[in-house]
Design a protein around this ligand. Structure first.
Ligand SMILES: [Zn+2]
Length: 449
């Protein structure tokens, strides 16, 4: 067991050096690190490479070998037989949702920004080295993490999500004035109606460094004015959004559940979507065809089946009713996904509190109720890496591969007790099993002696 103060100390040490025994300021990347005596799970093959060594040089993996590697001036880390894996990835987070969405309207901007910092740090300390943020202003957080001033995962940002009046982007009160709400001001969402406003909103987010665009197309749970059966934009509006994102070399994805919303997005040329829990068999077949044609991955969340009823983030009676409906009707979609062989990403959609975000560690083992161990590993590493790679030139981390232990890949590395190829749960019990976290060649947490 480790205490949180120890984690914070180590995390801060990575940037400030205040815990003197720990390695390196983030800006002073150790030139070479040699991991010896490890079994490698490389993020691709379902079996381990036993008795291996891994050399890191700067921010990248230089060599993976079962032969001894000449250490030269490298810092040697004896893995003690542990498994060396790529850093974890979660491709559906909302780091700015430090409280439940409707409450964000009442949070001062600085309070929100400061609360995001320990959440991002904790995410990294639990082994998540890359996240895709699917709505919310993470532009500043991403810039500061990448500059090495605060510890956190790599962030692939959508920026503010975009939706019309009365959509799942609309968390205003009944008397709010469009454009003058706190939620819009802090950059969580943008209310845009009509193709011109939608294109303008997308350009505003791309200007800030968004990697992809998140649209609020179907009715949602916590929002007040959008019943689950609704599609809150017309085809003309959806087409403008999908086209604008494409012209930026990336994609627009969408929050949605129903056949109608899904098919309008696919008609407009979308290559990936979020949730999709109320899709029929015919619609799932079409989704799988689009995935095949575009070598794309779709983002599905399993929390819907387990954690919606009674979840304290749903405060109003309408949100509670919608959550209950989705929990009762949204489970069979995973069977359809398995039948169609759809490539699914691991994206958890956790938010609301420091503890709420920690659910993404737990969610890895919860997927065992829906997918095989091999499929979950494929979702966390390969499929998540592909979903990020699909952002093309807008991918901030495109210079090297994510989610693999291979020559030339980013040195995002975990040392874990146990064998994830036998049981992915080793990642969920992170306090006992994840003994070292490296990102970009820098050790941010180590429990090794
Ligand atoms: Zn979400």
């Amino acid at each position: 067991m480790i205490s949180f103060s120890r984690i914070a100390c180590i995390g801060l040490a990575a940037i400030s050096g205040i815990c003197g025994q720990l390695p390196a300021k983030a800006q002073e990347v150790p030139e070479r690190t040699l991991f010896t005596n490890v079994s490698v799970y490389d993020g691709v093959k379902p079996e381990l490479i036993k008795s291996a060594n891994v050399l890191v040089e700067g921010k990248l993996i230089k060599l993976v070998s079962t032969d001894p590697i000449e250490p030269g001036n490298a810092t040697i880390i004896d893995g003690g037989g542990r498994t060396l894996t790529p850093g974890l990835m979660d491709t559906h987070v909302h780091l700015q949702l430090v409280v439940a969405a409707p409450d964000l309207e009442f949070q001062p901007v600085q309070d929100v920004a400061l609360q995001m910092v320990p959440i991002a740090e904790d995410m990294l300390m639990r082994g998540f080295t890359t996240v895709r943020d699917a709505c919310g202003n993470t532009h500043g957080l991403r810039r500061q993490i990448n500059a090495g001033t605060i510890p956190g995962p790599r962030i692939v940002s959508a920026g503010a999500c975009i939706g019309g009046w009365s959509s799942h982007a609309d968390f205003m009160t009944a008397t709010s004035v469009k454009g003058q709400t706190n939620i819009e001001r802090i950059g969580f969402s943008i209310i845009a109606d009509g193709p011109d406003q939608i294109r303008e909103a997308i350009r505003r987010e791309m200007r800030q460094g968004a990697s992809f665009i998140k649209l609020m197309v179907g009715g949602g749970l916590a929002s007040a004015y959008d019943p689950l059966d609704t599609t809150t934009w017309s085809y003309e509006e959806i087409e403008a959004a999908v086209d604008e994102a494409k012209r930026w070399g990336t994609y627009a994805t969408a929050h949605l559940y129903t056949d109608e919303s899904i098919n309008l997005m696919l008609d407009a040329g979308a290559v990936t979507l979020e949730h999709m829990h109320l899709a029929s068999e015919a619609t799932m077949r079409r989704i799988a065809e689009v995935a095949q044609e575009n070598d794309s991955v779709f983002s599905a969340q399993v929390a819907v089946v387990k954690g919606l009823k009674g979840n304290p983030v749903f405060v109003t009676s309408s949100a509670k009713a919608k959550a209950a409906f989705l929990q009762d009707n949204g489970a069979s979609v995973f069977e359809l996904m398995r039948e169609q062989g759809l490539r699914v990403s691991f994206g958890v959609d956790s938010y609301g509190s420091f503890e709420g975000f920690r659910y993404n560690s737990q969610a890895i083992s919860e997927r065992k109720g829906f997918f095989s161990n091999d499929q979950i590993l494929e979702q966390v590493f390969q499929n998540n890496a592909r979903l990020i790679e699909m952002t093309g030139e807008r991918n901030p981390y495109k210079d090297a591969a994510l989610g693999v232990i291979a020559e030339g890949a980013w040195a995002d590395i975990l040392l874990v007790e146990g064998d994830p190829t036998q049981d992915v749960s080793v990642f969920s019990d992170w306090e006992n099993n994840i003994d070292l976290v490296m990102k970009d060649g820098v050790v941010y947490r180590s429990e090794l002696d």
